[in-house]
Every structure is written in C-alpha cells, then in structure tokens.
Write a protein that binds this ligand. Structure first.
Ligand code: SF4
Length: 369
C-alpha cells in the first residue's frame, strides 16, 4: 500500500460517510440532471452508486429542486449534498428537505445575515457546510483564467490562489464566529497551478477536511490529465480527504477516474489492479481485446474483492512479460497464440490466448472464498 503520510484533519460526518481523520479518501461526483426531474436524477445517482460513487451532489437552483431532495434521498443509498449559489434561501429549503450537507459559494452568498441564517439551520439539522471556493466566482475579484505558476506573477499582484485562500479564511472565520465548526473546504481553480497552490496554502490556516477538485477541466482526456496532476500531487503530499474529478462527460467516468487515481496512489483498493503493456509490433495476440474482456468480467466480482489489493499482469510478449507477471499475484506473458500463466511469481502452465481470461477469472475467484 501507499507510503503517503496523510495530513491530520477533523472528522466530518456526511450522512453515513465520514471524511477526514484516518477515513479513506471518499469519491464524490455530481448529478448532471435537472434536480427537479426526480426520476431521471435518481436513475443517474443509482448508476453513480453502482460505479462506486460515495457522496453525490445535486444543483439546487430553485424551490422545485430543493423540494425534490427528500424524494431523491429516500431512493438512493449515498449521502446527498445540495449545491447552493446566489440564493441563500435555497440552502434553507434544501436543509428542510433533508439534505446531508450543503455547499456554499463564498463568492455569491456572503451577506452576514444570510450566512447566519444558513448556519443556524445547518446547526439544527446537524449537517456540515462546504466552503466551496471557485476561482471563476470570487466575490469582488477578477481572477485571470490563465495559469499563474510561480515566478510569472508581477510584484504586488495577488495570485488567484491567494485570493481564494483569503476568501476561504474570511468565510470560515464568520462560520466559526457563530460557533459553527462542521466545515469542509474546497478551493478549485481551472488551472492546476492555482489549484495546487491554494490547497497547499490553506493547510496552514485550518485542519478542516479538504474536498479536492479542479474546476472546468474540459472533456475526458484533458480533464483526466489536469485532475490527475493537481489532485494527484496534493494527495501525494497527504492533502485531501474527498475528491471530485470534474469532466465534461458522463458522471460515471468521473468516478472511474477517481478510482484509478486513488488505486495508483495506493490510497484505496477497488478490486484487482490490471497491469498491461501498451502492445507493439512484437505482440502476437489481441491484447487490447483480452484486457477489455478481463476488465468487463472483473467488474462483476470486484465488489467481493474490494478490500484485497490483487495485482494482475497481462503482457504482450516475453520482453517485459515474464518479469511483470512474476511480480503480480497472477499474470500472463503471451507468446504466439498462447500465454505463460504465472501464480505468485511461479510459471504454472501454458494457456491458449482465447482461454486466458477464463483462467484468470477462475483463479481470481479463489481469492473471494
Ligand atoms: Fe511490446 Fe512486449 Fe513490451 Fe508489450 S511487453 S509493449 S508487446 S515489447
């Protein structure tokens, strides 16, 4: 498992999920449906649950959205978070409807009297508030969308990261001033430099759990890369208690990327990890198809294996194949039309290429019992 030393943070309870302390880094996503379209929203959240999402957020834009929360909540199994912007009264409505946490944006809900009312209601309901900063909606600040890596800033110009941190610290002071400490923080920018800088700086000011994310990352590939660099760098430093990968894509893919990221860092296990080579001219089997078949068949039993860090190697030829296969729990190094099957570092038998997925699944099945 990972050698990452996680930052000590307060434990915050969101419905039946706890984040912070030594709790696993939780995966969250956001429904992309109109919240008041209840059936559609429930369907999407259930799909997210099946994909492995542990906390889900919905937009609360109006009263209909807020009212829908109670029905949605009674039809799903993971905590439900209400995302509130501009209208503080929607926070009250969402809390009234039974939401498990609310996200407030300090950039557009900042009047003291309004914040005070929301805090009072959240306190009564016993739910946390995420202070959710976003570089695109900082109150009174015009933040450049350009990246601002160290050394490129003119003197005296405050970085987007500094502005987000200041805004978060000021907002948290207001919440704490009213005796409210049930807080989660996020500081999302649309570029990786500001995002990383903001989270790092924020650790100096509080021990509240951090919700990590990069905002508006784009389609699946750029989104995946930006999120992995920023969120991955922070997690490597021990920062981060829950993550949301934002993609202009299906929300299930956000969860898929989050799982890969946490697995790669050794922070979570979600069933077997597949190590496979990219293939090249030396490969004489349909390796991509084999690995896809294996992944598809594994998804049916992964939940039974979720707490076991099992490594599977599926390699295209003898160049790196036997080496990788030996280091995995189970592995196959292919030659021409057949593969040499390895178990716990030992070569066991030769398997025809078209039978290898079946053999791997059968062997993995032995880990379940
Ligand atoms: Fe190519 Fe073999 Fe390396 Fe796979 S293991 S990339 S087939 S050389």
């Amino acid at each position: 498992m990972s050698g990452i030393k996680r930052r000590k943070t307060r434990i915050i309870k969101i419905g039946n999920v706890r984040i912070g302390g030594n709790y696993p880094v939780a995966i969250q996503s956001m429904a992309k449906t109109k919240t008041s379209c209840v059936e559609e929203t429930i369907k999407q959240i259930r799909e997210l649950e099946s994909a492995g999402c542990e906390i889900v957020r919905v937009a609360v834009k109006d009263k209909d959205d807020a009212k829908a929360i109670s029905r949605i909540k009674s039809n799903i199994n993971i905590p439900l978070v209400g995302d509130i912007h501009f209208d503080w009264r929607m926070a009250l409505e969402a809390i009234d409807s039974g939401v498990d946490k609310i996200r407030l944006n300090p950039g557009n809900i900042y009047k003291r009297a309004q914040v005070k009312e929301v805090i009072r209601a959240a306190k009564l309901a016993g739910i946390p508030i995420r202070v959710g900063l976003n570089s695109g909606s900082l109150q009174g600040h015009k933040v450049s969308a350009q990246a601002s890596p160290k050394g490129t800033r003119s003197q005296g110009h405050k970085s987007a990261a500094d502005k987000m941190v200041k805004s978060a610290v000021d907002y948290i002071k207001v919440l704490e001033g009213y005796g409210f400490y049930n807080i989660v923080v996020s500081l999302k920018a649309s570029n990786i430099f500001d995002t990383i800088e903001a989270y790092r700086k924020m650790t100096k000011f509080c021990d509240y759990p951090m919700h990590l994310g990069v905002t508006a990352t784009g389609l699946e590939f750029p989104g995946l890369v930006k999120s992995s660099i920023a969120i991955g760098s922070l997690l490597l430093e021990g920062i981060g208690d829950t993550i949301r990968i934002s993609l202009t894509d299906k929300p299930q893919n956000e969860v898929k990327v989050a799982k890969c990221l946490l697995t790669s860092l050794g922070l979570r296990t979600f069933g077997p990890e597949i190590i496979s080579c990219p293939t090249c001219g030396r490969c004489e089997v349909a390796l991509v198809k084999i690995v896809r078949d294996l992944e598809r068949q594994l998804s049916a039993i992964s939940y039974q294996l979720s707490s076991r860090p099992i490594k599977l190697a599926v390699m295209g030829c003898v160049v790196n194949g036997p080496g990788e296969a030996k280091q995995a729990d189970l592995g196959i190094a292919f030659g021409k039309k057949e593969g040499l099957f390895f178990k716990k570092g030992k070569a066991i038998k030769k398997v025809p290429a078209d039978k290898c997925v079946g053999v791997l699944i059968e062997e993995i099945g032995k880990f379940v019992t």
